[in-house]
Design a protein. Structure first.
Length: 230
């Protein structure tokens, strides 16, 4: 059974170059996660082809800077990157191939579909970094962080797994925090203001983040843990 949600945003901002088209046609199928049409959960260990002690998921990896850094610095972890933006997918494919990175698998579409295909209690960490804030009130229903998504995260995360959220939009930061605090499956880890104002050492800065650091609130880093199941 497919779980396809409507996608709001752009899948392309420019046509793919010939080299990128070749990567999408030939290399992507080698590392792509494809949900089963009958609703069967994915066997992550089989997809990664080797023993991995944990599996981490990045939702909306953009051009992949953060995902690549994490994969290169945590080679014992299996990484799943979900991104419907085809230019971003083509960009990360080029770097994965160039750097011979073996612990990343890609889902090149709307994340809800892969969330429904992941087994319960299979993910140790989730990243959602600087998603589109959809600032207009009439567009807020399009936001990636909502109750439905948090419910899906809670299902696939193991107990004590970490959810990392980041935004540079003050209203979206309040939205994320409010939903996270009100959700029965999550606990906010912050104990002092610096816990959400300062980027952790293992949270690499990206060009997008640097570009948005001037003026306003600046980036907010929110970390939640998945509470133990009863």
């Amino acid at each position: 059974m497919q779980h396809k949600k409507r996608f709001y945003g752009r899948r392309l901002i420019r046509s793919l170059r010939q080299k990128e088209k070749i990567l999408m046609e030939t290399f992507l199928p080698e590392i792509e996660l494809v949900p089963s049409p009958d609703g069967t959960f994915l066997d992550l260990s089989a997809h990664f082809g080797e023993s991995k002690k944990e599996f981490w998921l990045e939702v909306g990896f953009g051009k992949g800077e953060h995902l690549l850094w994490q994969a290169q610095n945590n080679k014992e972890i299996g990484f799943i990157g979900a991104e419907p933006f085809q230019n971003g997918v083509a960009s990360i494919l080029s770097k994965i191939k160039e750097k011979n990175i073996s612990n990343i698998r890609i889902f090149p579409d709307v994340v809800s579909q892969i969330l429904h295909s992941l087994p319960s209690q299979s993910i140790n960490r989730i990243f959602v970094l600087f998603p589109d804030p959809w600032p207009k009130s009439r567009h807020q229903k399009r936001r990636l962080i909502n109750i439905e998504t948090l419910d899906l995260f809670a299902r696939i995360m193991i107990d004590s797994a970490e959810l990392r959220l980041a935004t540079d939009d003050s209203e979206y930061a309040s939205w994320m925090l409010r939903l996270g605090l009100s959700h029965a499956s999550f606990e906010w880890t912050a104990r002092r203001p610096d816990d959400w104002r300062i980027r952790p050492d293992d949270w690499p800065v990206t060009r997008y983040e640097e570009k948005n650091r001037s003026g306003g609130l600046g980036p907010v880093y929110l970390r939640f843990v998945r509470l133990p199941r009863n």
